[in-house]
Design a protein around this ligand. Structure first.
Ligand code: ADP
Ligand code: ZN
Length: 293
């Protein structure tokens, strides 16, 4: 059985066809311009592909709440044309198949717990640390929605290592995304993150901010595992040992479970699907939508 998958991002749209084993059979990327410029190419891509259902893992904030009047909408983006845009309706009207819809990070989380190294876990938080920072949350095997979805990338941070950088989130300044995203690293240190590999102080500060968020995450969601993905985590070799060490220091023994105290290497982990977790998660969103229909 074939499923259409769309990973809708702020800079590019990845379209793919996958099967129920999570295998991606073909895939193509399109730049994200305005809906009028972008959507026709995506529809053209999926035409005639014999899809049983589709899944869309979309940049947020969105409305993924099924009984909400604005289900399927991208809600409050600054991106021209996409604010209050019903992206689900476009594909439903065109293809008349079930369309699953969730925020991109919930999609990546779903990919990891369905086909990645966190297969079978039911309480997991997934972060993407890239151009922005987002968190996908699964509790008791269900993706957390509530009013919409978690936006844990925007929790406020305390300054680390005497950091005086004002932060770059237009809403909150020094929130996690404001101080620790790829563009924040670049603005603070004056060079793209990937050109700063010879500056240990960059990664020490980054790891401390991520560790603050690991502590917040453990205290709030009590997950059985935290997965870190996104472009900045391409520096995993530098970051992961420090993130684990600082997380333990900040928790200071308060959460006394052996999974954290004795085995943090398997508790805070990197994404395992070679940056395909998002598009594979979109396939699973399609599979779930078919099952529910
Ligand atoms: P997006 O968040 O736009 O979907 P990515 O997850 O790839 O895309 O994140 C892009 C960000 O990741 C950029 O801001 C860039 O600075 C950072 N980045 C990309 N590659 C690296 C790398 N090798 N090392 C550190 N940072 C990187
Ligand atoms: Zn913010």
């Amino acid at each position: 059985m074939l499923f259409g998958a769309l990973e809708a991002g702020g800079t590019k749209m990845v379209c793919a066809i996958g099967n129920e084993k999570g295998e991606i059979l073909e895939q193509k990327s399109f730049p994200t311009l305005t809906p009028d410029e972008t959507i026709p190419g995506l529809i053209e891509y999926f035409k005639g592909k014999d899809m049983a259902a589709m899944g869309i893992a979309c940049f947020g904030p969105i409305d993924p709440v099924k009984d909400s009047p604005t289900f399927g909408y991208i809600t409050s983006t600054p991106k021209p044309g996409w604010k209050n845009y019903n992206i689900v309706k476009v594909f439903k009207d065109e293809f008349h198949i079930p369309v699953g819809f969730d925020v991109d990070v919930n999609g990546s989380l779903l990919g990891e717990v369905t086909w990645g190294s966190s297969k079978g876990l039911q309480d997991v938080v997934y972060y993407t640390i890239g151009t922005g920072i987002g968190a996908g949350v699964m509790v008791n095997g269900s993706l957390l929605h509530g009013l919409m979805h978690a936006e844990a990338g925007h929790i406020m941070m305390n300054p680390e290592n005497g950091d005086t950088y004002k932060g770059r989130c237009p809403y909150h300044g020094r929130c996690f995304e404001g101080v620790a995203s790829g563009p924040a690293i670049e603005e603070r240190w004056g060079k793209p993150a990937k050109e700063l590999t010879d500056r240990p102080e960059v990664w020490d500060m980054e790891a401390k901010y991520i560790a603050q968020q690991m502590m917040n995450t453990i205290l709030m969601y009590s997950p059985r595992r935290i997965i870190l993905g996104g472009g900045v985590m391409h520096q995993a070799e530098r970051l992961m040992p420090l993130i684990r060490k600082y997380t333990l220091e900040k928790l200071n023994g308060y959460i006394a479970v052996k999974e954290i105290l004795e085995d943090i290497d398997h508790y805070i982990v990197t994404a395992s699907l070679n940056d395909d977790q998002g598009i594979m998660g979109a396939v699973k969103l399609g599979m779930d939508a078919l099952e529910e229909s």
